[in-house]
Design a binder for this molecule. Structure first.
Ligand SMILES: Cc1ncc(C[n+]2csc(CCOP(=O)(O)OP(=O)(O)O)c2C)c(N)n1
Length: 374
């Protein structure tokens, strides 16, 4: 393992002045350290945006690197192939290796990409190295030296980072909790208010919290597909116009694919209630900040075309806004500033149900009929 300080210092000494990315817990240390100095780390909405930001720095003559989870490679491939590779802009990318070497040691959503991360880079013809948990500073310097040589040729080198390869570090002091609600209480209330109607819960701690508090067949627990809960709900709402469809979302997830707010507004499903737990951080990956302090998501929703959007500071307010949303045609958004979670996080739904079981239960609950055959 190399220390997070060494990771950042080595790169800084080599002239990398900016980093961008979407967090993976494997990079919690470097992101925490970089976040202490404004302008050193850009919390990107999604991995493609992180790569494009680093490309912009390179176009202006600087050096930047990107850090992401391999689950985000799909978001990165478009600007990788059509910008970085086509224009030969030198950018260095670090990708965590979830679901590798043994997918059975990780969550099910990492299995496919875990096995494909090395072959995908091979297929793209990109140089790549692996930083292992047993590697020390010399090996890291060697990898960076080799990667720099490919940068000189306008290539896009990748360093694949194993679990435990980079150390942890304390992040900036967390934001004040004043005026924020307890997420578990909000999830409990929303699940009750959903009253048998379908709930699509975003990836990470939110879905786990819903599973732990009120496991129901009508809940669709996402693991992965970050940012797409509201699109799934849009599809369900269009197919089931008679039922209210509830989305339980996170600020990081909404920001990742914010254009969806416009798609939802354009289709204007009357039966969609979008609940956003805005804790200002990517809590599921260690608490790295999102950009929700810069952007009031409820105001964006209204500007995008939602019928109503409200920020709620009490459970009573959540209840009132939710009940109003059920009565009047939507789409509606209810945003609740929530606190950082304390205590044990509930287990993942897939510890109990297979992904196929979650799918079948949900579909059956929607159709009130036998599970469809896929
Ligand atoms: C495309 C993609 N990038 C990164 C991740 C890793 N990841 C899992 S949960 C999560 C944080 C989600 O943040 P937010 O929506 O604010 O919810 P919170 O964790 O705060 O509950 C991240 C970055 C992922 N699953 N998918």
């Amino acid at each position: 393992m190399i220390a997070a300080e060494l990771f950042c210092d080595e790169l800084a000494q080599r002239g990398f002045t900016v980093a961008s990315g979407v967090p993976c817990s494997f990079f919690g240390g470097p992101i925490a350290l970089l976040s202490r100095t404004p302008g050193s780390y850009v919390p990107a909405a999604n991995e493609g945006a992180a790569l494009a930001t680093a490309a912009g720095v390179a176009l202006a003559g600087g050096r930047a690197y990107v850090m992401l989870q391999n689950s985000g490679l799909g978001n990165l491939v478009n600007p990788l192939t059509s910008l970085v590779m086509t224009y030969q802009v030198p950018v260095l990318t670090f990708v965590s290796l979830r679901g590798w070497p043994d997918p059975a040691d990780d969550e099910p959503q990492h299995e496919v990409m875990g096995g494909l991360t090395h072959p995908l880079l091979d297929l793209l013809g990109l140089p790549h190295w692996r930083l292992g948990a047993d590697d020390g500073p010399e090996r890291f310097a060697e990898i960076l030296g080799a990667a720099e040589a490919t940068l000189e040729k306008g290539q896009a080198p990748f360093v694949l980072v194993e679990k435990g390869a980079v150390g942890k570090a304390a992040g900036p002091v967390p934001a004040e909790d004043e005026g924020r609600l307890d997420s578990a209480e909000v999830v409990r209330l929303v699940s009750k208010l959903a009253d048998g109607d379908p709930v699509v819960a975003t990836t990470g701690y939110t879905g786990r919290e819903l599973f732990g508090i009120d496991d129901q067949p009508r809940n669709f627990y996402m693991q992965g597909s970050m940012g797409h809960a509201s699109s799934i709900a849009l599809g369900v709402a269009m197919a089931e116009p008679e039922r209210t469809v509830v989305v339980l979302d996170g600020d990081g997830a909404v920001l990742m694919h914010m254009g969806t707010l416009s798609s939802i507004s354009d289709q204007a499903p009357a039966n969609l209630v979008h609940v956003v737990l805005d804790n200002g951080i990517h809590e599921s990956t260690g608490g790295q900040r999102t950009t929700s302090t810069a952007t009031r998501i409820e105001e964006v929703a209204v500007a995008a075309g939602y019928r109503t959007a409200h920020r709620c500071h009490s459970l009573d307010e959540v209840r009132t806004r939710f009940e109003e949303a059920r009565r009047a045609p939507g789409p509606h958004l209810v945003l609740i500033p929530t606190k950082r979670r304390t205590g044990a996080v509930p287990p993942r739904a897939t510890n109990t149900h297979t992904p196929e079981a979650i799918r079948d239960r949900f579909s059956a609950a929607l159709r009130k009929a036998a599970p469809p055959s896929f």
